[in-house]
Design a protein around this ligand. Structure first.
Ligand code: GLV
Ligand code: GLV
Length: 329
């Protein structure tokens, strides 16, 4: 009998996916529920035929080198794959896959949750109530920002950005979006208007970021951009931290250049700009955009299925560097 392919999973993911892989593979799981140190990762991938990795693993050429020439697929348990050196993978003819689509609703939902939390000051108000400070209804207690009827600005109208736009329909909003290319479908569905970046920054009441992290999107929002926003603007980021210059954000929040922000991601995760932790007008979450029972299970199964498809000799459905396989299949 042929030897089973050896798969390494860098950290515990939902069981269903581990069981699925175990049906036909020899699976090794990082026994600790923490991110592996680089040295440990290099050791663990050695001799494996596939690796199921997480967005917290830095997968660079050194990792590919250490895994060895038999290892031809790294399946990322995330839609964003900025943690992987895809160019190096492609050079070595290693397939990289991600988990698009299955986390779209969960992430767009969380962006809405953050927007409500910031606009209606829900976290502050909850803390106040639990601290037994509520003395009865009061005319100006926790005044927030009305959401209905406002102008929503979406940066990046891909799957998540357009899902976020679609979800605004119950709130009669005026939707603006900016992207490197037009999305006619979302324009038709929601009346969203394609505008240039500057117009979006100047005219939006709420700005939500849904771009991947690329060299071109690094610090897309910085001091200059904050100075163009309304003083009453709210910024939501559920994409990747480095898209926003975190120091410039602290400055904007402190000086009242904008009204508030809701963040699920940070520039140097898990480190957070210390001053952010002290500000009242920001709501901070620990990167839980896709964290629902349903979505995390689907992501895990999707990553596993990409690996299994590869071992069956098929093109994995969520390959991000298809040039590796074109021509050879
Ligand atoms: C989560 O951040 C993801 O990219 O899946
Ligand atoms: C990611 O799934 C996106 O296209 O927004």
């Amino acid at each position: 009998m042929e030897k089973k392919p050896r798969v390494f999973i860098t950290r515990k993911i939902p069981d269903a996916a581990i069981r699925l892989l175990e049906e036909s593979c020899d699976v090794e799981l990082n026994p600790q529920d923490r991110v592996l140190e680089k040295k440990e990762l290099l050791e663990k991938v050695k001799g494996k035929d596939a690796v199921l990795c997480l967005l917290t693993d830095i997968i660079d050429d050194e990792v590919f080198q250490s895994a060895g020439p038999q290892c031809k697929i790294f399946a990322n348990y995330a839609v964003g794959y900025n943690n992987i050196d895809v160019e190096a993978a492609t050079r070595r003819k290693i397939v990289i896959t991600n988990t698009p689509g299955v986390l779209t609703d969960a992430t767009a939902d969380l962006a809405w949750a953050l927007l409500f939390c910031v606009a209606r000051r829900i976290v502050e108000a909850d803390r106040f109530t639990k601290e037994r400070k509520f003395r009865g209804w009061s005319p100006e207690l926790f005044l927030g920002m009305e959401i209905t009827g406002k102008t929503l600005g979406i940066i990046g109208a891909g799957r998540i950005g357009s899902n976020f736009a679609r979800k605004s329909r119950g709130f009669s909003m005026n939707v603006l979006y900016y992207d490197i290319k037009r999305n006619f479908e979302i324009e038709k569905e929601t009346g969203a208007e394609f505008v240039n970046f500057e117009t979006l920054l100047k005219e939006s009441d709420f700005i939500s970021i849904h771009v991947p992290l690329l060299p071109e999107t690094h610090h897309l929002i910085g001091e200059k951009e904050f100075s163009m926003m309304k003083k009453t603007a709210i910024l939501i980021n559920t994409s990747r931290g480095p898209v926003v210059d975190e120091k410039a954000l602290v400055d904007a929040l402190k000086k009242g250049k904008i009204w508030g922000a809701g963040l699920d991601v940070y520039e140097n995760e898990p480190i957070i700009e210390p001053e952010l932790l002290t500000l009242k007008n920001v709501v901070l979450l620990p990167h839980i955009g896709s964290a629902t029972v349903e979505t995390r299970t689907k992501m895990a199964l999707m990553a596993a299925e990409n690996i299994l498809a590869f071992f069956r000799g098929e093109i994995p459905p969520n390959i991000v560097n298809p040039e590796v396989l074109s021509g050879s299949k």
